[in-house]
Design a protein around this ligand. Structure first.
Ligand SMILES: [Zn+2]
Length: 347
């Protein structure tokens, strides 16, 4: 009997370890890791496959292949291949367990992600204590309390984050270094509605939308991460891509849960690779219809990049001067928006 229990525990632990490793590999895509360490590559074929010179042996002609979807590499020169952990083992000549530990350190160190978690929770509590913030959400057409909760939307009223976090044991210097406060100790996100940007459950950044006269958009001064909510949206073969998180919130509210957001019109390499991680995916680009044509130009550029990376891109046109958020606020319905999608132009 005891033997049985210890077997069962052993098996459970093994499974948990396997899950942890899978999560680690998802959080650091192999291609992204290599590129961060200055590996240059070109795309080959229709698959999300890249080839470049092998970092593991000296060579003049590229024979090191990376499949971005499978998250695997193989070198035809030295015959070695595997996943991210295998690569680190070979590249840094570390045993397996140390390679895993090294990769865990490559991620945002735990205190920082915990700190962002605490910050987001604090701001989320503040939201309902400040009528001006709730009023702002209503003004932007965001009314569904369950969705506001699901997106963990918060509000930085200003001036009291530092007290809260230092009481929890975080140093002034760390808060300053992360960019949560300024040198006077005031919230950097003062008078902003806050959206935590998560990736695989971990907060990577915070986006703050000013409700006053300050510059509208603000992120913490580090990577904006991948596409918003890609864990769920990435399952779809048809994806709607918008510029801003309010656009996303309003589309989710209207039932278009396959909407993601790049926070801006410029996509990072990771975000572009995500859009193309499934063959034949159709991407509807719904950027702002700016008077100065900036959004329209950005849509055209992106559609070109997507097409050459193997995805099908469609550019959705809303009435001039509108973005998806203002379109719904002005009375557009889910049916109207569906018509806009159906009328979307090919490149
Ligand atoms: Zn090689």
């Amino acid at each position: 009997m005891r033997l049985f229990f210890s077997y069962a525990r052993h098996w459970r632990e093994k499974r948990r370890m396997g899950e942890d490793l899978e999560r680690l590999k998802r959080r650091i895509p192999l291609l992204e890791y290599l590129q961060r360490h200055n590996w240059t590559a070109r795309r080959v074929g229709a698959q999300p496959e890249f080839v470049g010179r092998c970092p593991l042996h000296r060579e003049t002609r590229p024979s090191f292949y990376v499949n971005a979807r499978k998250n695997l590499f193989y070198c035809h020169g030295c015959g070695r291949g595997g996943d991210l952990i295998r690569f680190v083992e070979l590249f840094l000549a570390l045993p397996f367990s140390q390679s895993v530990a090294y990769l865990q350190q490559e991620l945002a160190p735990p205190p920082v992600s915990e700190l962002l978690e605490q910050t987001a929770a604090f701001y989320q509590l503040q939201l309902h204590r400040h009528p001006e913030a709730v009023r702002y959400l209503t003004q932007r057409g965001l009314r569904d309390p369950a969705l506001i909760d699901e997106l963990s939307i918060g509000y930085a009223s200003g001036g009291n984050l530092r007290r809260h976090l230092t009481a929890l044991g975080y140093s002034f210097d760390l808060l300053l270094q992360i960019g949560l406060i300024n040198s006077q100790g005031r919230d950097s996100f003062c008078r902003r509605v806050i959206f935590p940007c998560r990736q695989y459950g971990q907060i990577l950044n915070l986006y703050g939308r000013s409700i006053g006269t300050a510059f509208p958009h603000r992120l913490l001064p580090h990577s904006k991460g991948g596409l918003f909510a890609w864990e769920s949206v990435g399952q779809s073969s048809t994806v709607i891509l918008v510029e801003g998180l309010f656009d996303l919130a309003l589309l989710w509210q209207a039932g278009f849960r396959n909407t993601t957001c790049a926070i801006g019109t410029h996509l990072t390499v990771t975000q572009l690779a995500q859009l193309c991680d499934r063959p034949g995916r159709r991407v509807y680009i719904v950027f702002d219809q700016d008077e100065n044509q900036a959004g329209q130009r950005a849509s055209g550029d992106l559609a070109g990049r997507l097409a050459s990376a193997g995805a099908t891109a469609r550019i959705v046109q809303l009435p001039l001067g509108h973005d998806p958020n203002s379109y719904f606020v002005a009375g557009g319905t889910a049916a109207d928006f569906t018509t806009c999608l159906q009328q979307a132009k090919c490149l």
